[in-house]
Design a binder for this molecule. Structure first.
Ligand code: SAH
Length: 214
């Protein structure tokens, strides 16, 4: 399934040109085989810098956005990371190479099951895929060094910010469900939360509850 070296070279160049400079992030983007996460019919487009459709009417994010959000998280090897919106599992795979453990939550059973099988088959053993609602993280899951939301939220729930450990960072697309959102980075400081707006993005909506459809 390996892609043309030229395509992968262009993929790296695009990420660098768009401003990704963290070497560990660039290396990880090179190592994680995006073609294994897209629909079978899209494999030849896997290294284009665009979002692609997956099952359940959802999308695998654009590679630049995956790299950018990952870079903004400033991951360290011992961190525990929460992702809301597993989708294909691609973002979780990228995160998992740069931290200790990833818990990723998805509201569609089909997507959660497919991503779990795929990640296991590819040898990503530090990722737990959970069927659930990212607005209702089970208390038993503990708190996190980093939280990444990969679906658009109209606002960031207070409850979610409270799951950040001291010094923790959350990054989420915030804005209307249809249209574009702003990527927001929230840092938990000693005195509260510091919020910074980054770039405009477009994500599918974060919806409450486990999906009734498969
Ligand atoms: N990170 C994914 C892309 C995410 S697309 C990847 O790398 O492929 C957004 C995903 O968020 C969709 O699969 C959608 O079903 C899921 N989602 C939306 N609302 C959610 C919620 N409340 N809890 C968990 N997942 C949610």
């Amino acid at each position: 399934m390996s892609q043309e070296p030229l395509e992968k070279m262009m993929f790296q160049l695009t990420l660098r040109r768009r401003g990704i400079s963290d070497q560990a992030v660039l290396r990880t983007m090179e190592e994680v085989p995006r073609e294994a996460f897209v629909a079978a019919g899209d494999r030849s487009h896997a290294y284009r810098d665009s979002a692609l459709g997956i099952a359940c009417g959802q999308t695998i994010s654009q590679p630049f956005v995956v790299a950018y959000m990952t870079e903004q998280l400033q991951l360290q090897k011992h961190y525990k990371v929460l992702e809301i919106g597993t989708g294909s599992g691609y973002q979780a795979a990228v995160l998992s190479r740069l931290c200790a453990h990833v818990l990723t939550i998805e509201r569609y059973r089909t997507l959660a099951d497919t991503a779990r099988d795929r990640l296991e088959a590819l040898g990503y053993f530090n990722i737990e895929v959970m069927l659930g609602d990212g607005f209702q993280i089970p208390p038993g899951a503990g708190d996190f060094d980093r939280i990444i939301v990969t679906a658009a939220m109209e606002q960031i729930p207070e409850k979610l910010l409270e799951r950040l450990l001291p010094g923790g960072i959350l990054i989420a697309p915030v804005g209307p469900h249809h249209g574009s959102q702003t990527l927001v980075r929230v840092t938990r400081t000693d005195s509260g939360f510091e919020r910074k707006e980054l770039v405009d993005v477009r994500f599918v909506p974060a919806l409450p509850g486990i999906a009734r459809e498969l």
